[in-house]
Design a protein around this ligand. Structure first.
Ligand code: BGP
Length: 478
């Protein structure tokens, strides 16, 4: 093979809560992500008590795809997308999460969106929950601390699998389910699992116990999807931030191995259907008992995924004897015992730019799991400048070009089975980690700022025309 296969799925990626807007329209209820404030530059968002008033957090309406979906989809079609990865807002379908019957108006919204996409020859690729757990389930049940939430999630999955069984083929259960391994970051525990750690509780223990329920929910949803349509392809979705050893010191090598397997814990279970040995050892050493009930192990086994989807933005470095600081977090591109990589530049938000790392990641994941892979997020968050003659985002084009080159090497030289590539935020959206609009990823600009001001007009950036040609040439011209 000297070229990517004709079936390669070029696309774009989005998430309901970051672009739809209409957070309280059509009967939608609030989700855990609707009660986040804006952060400051490089500072994570905070969890609030309720959906904040507009003057405090002005971007709940995001880019109002809810009203503009036809125009936006026409732009995606002009770009040439073969697939659009997005999520179904769980609280559009079950506003509180524990209702007996779904909200028909919410279901109709996605019928319209999927029909419009399909009309343009764009297939929807759907994440069931992209940080969109109903707020009610978090507040009243403690999110995935509760076993009842497993049933609510599976019910939600069954309803949408049944409704869209002829419109959607590729599904994912939870977005970046493994972010919560970063237990010191309350944002991730909240958005991944709807949990908040109380004073006196051990965060790691809370995370692992709730993770058992969430993994069970994912596995049971996969099994339900297979019953509803055996042709479905249902994947796990993880954030993969590879961790490099700082040096060839054997302790740095082992520190990197340990840091990497933290990222692999969730997919290890979702792909293999059982807990990995290193996790069982850790749980035993920490005295953590998982809430496993009869039948759970068989369910984990029966619900292994068909493919592994992942996001790739950056890499990090670990040094076994570096000093841990309280601000170390994946969100800042760092980690416990992390150090800077002298070979890599970073974005304005401190995320390293590492195209070669993508080849390494593809190779690592494929050799670990032997499953088809799907790059469902990759991109460059930057401030864009609107000039009289357009938006010249060369840095973004350079970022994508080099990442696609690395991706092609993985497929064509390393033999990785790759389904497709959907760069993040194909149109500018609200940043997940900071709530800003000015951290832009899109190839389509949206006139909207951090304060919620702007005409909402859409404008094509230079990267739009560049990516259009990439897709048209099936990745030969990058
Ligand atoms: C991933 C999330 C996305 C997205 C992306 C970029 O972790 O799955 O939702 O937002 O990161 O992050 P940010 O928007 O914070 O720059």
């Amino acid at each position: 093979m000297t070229q990517l296969p004709e079936s390669f799925l070029w696309g774009g990626a989005l998430a309901a809560h970051q672009f739809e807007g209409g957070w309280n329209k059509g009967g939608k209820g609030p989700s855990v992500v609707d009660v986040l404030t804006a952060g400051a530059h490089g500072v994570p968002r905070r969890i609030t008590d309720q959906v904040e008033a507009d003057e405090f957090y002005p971007n709940h309406e995001a880019i109002d795809f809810y009203s503009n979906y036809k125009e936006d989809i026409a732009l995606f079609a002009e770009l040439g997308l073969k697939v659009l990865r997005t999520s179904i807002g769980w609280t559009r379908i079950f506003p509180k999460g524990d209702e007996a019957e779904p909200n028909e108006e919410g279901l109709r919204f996605y019928d319209k969106v999927f029909d419009e996409l399909l009309k343009h020859g764009i297939k929807p690729v759907i994440t069931l929950s992209h940080f969109e757990i109903p707020l009610h389930l978090a507040r009243e049940y403690g999110g995935f601390r509760s076993r009842k939430v497993v049933d609510f999630f599976v019910r939600f999955a069954e309803v949408v699998f049944e409704r869209y069984k002829d419109k959607v083929e590729y599904w994912m259960t939870f977005n970046e389910i493994n972010n919560q391994m970063d237990v010191n970051n309350p944002l991730f525990l909240w958005t991944n699992a709807g949990i908040q750690v109380e004073e006196g509780e051990d965060a790691r223990s809370v995370m692992y116990q709730s993770a058992h329920h969430q993994l069970l929910a994912s596995a049971r949803a996969v099994a339900a999807g297979r019953r509803i349509n055996p042709d479905f392809k249902i994947g796990a979705m993880v954030s993969h931030v590879p961790v490099y050893p700082y040096s060839c010191h054997p302790k740095d090598i082992m520190a990197a191995e340990i840091a990497n397997r933290e990222r692999f814990f969730f997919p290890d279970v979702q792909v293999r259907g059982k807990y990995p040995a290193y996790a069982l050892k850790e749980l035993a050493q920490l005295g953590i008992v998982l809430p496993v009930e009869a039948g759970d192990e068989a369910d984990l086994k029966a619900g292994t995924v068909d493919y592994l989807a992942f996001s790739y933005y950056m890499s990090t470095v670990v040094k076994h004897d570096a000093v841990h600081t309280a601000s170390d977090s994946m969100i800042n591109g760092g980690l416990k015992n992390g150090v800077d990589n002298p070979y890599l530049a970073s974005s304005d938000w401190g995320w390293t730019i590492d195209p070669h790392g993508l080849r390494y990641v593809l190779s690592t994941l494929y050799n670990r799991y032997q499953l088809p892979l799907f790059i469902v997020e990759n991109g460059f968050g930057a401030v864009d400048v609107v000039e009289a003659d357009g938006i010249h985002d060369e840095t973004r084009i350079d970022y994508f070009s080099k990442h696609i080159a690395a991706m092609k090497e993985a497929v064509l030289e390393d033999g990785v089975d790759l389904i497709g590539y959907t760069p993040w935020g194909i149109i500018d959206v609200v940043s997940f980690t900071t709530g800003e609009m000015k951290k832009r990823y899109g190839m389509i600009y949206v006139d909207r700022d951090n304060e919620g001001q702007g005409s909402m007009e859409r404008m094509k950036k230079d990267s739009f025309y560049w990516y259009q040609n990439v897709i048209a040439t099936n990745g030969q011209e990058i």
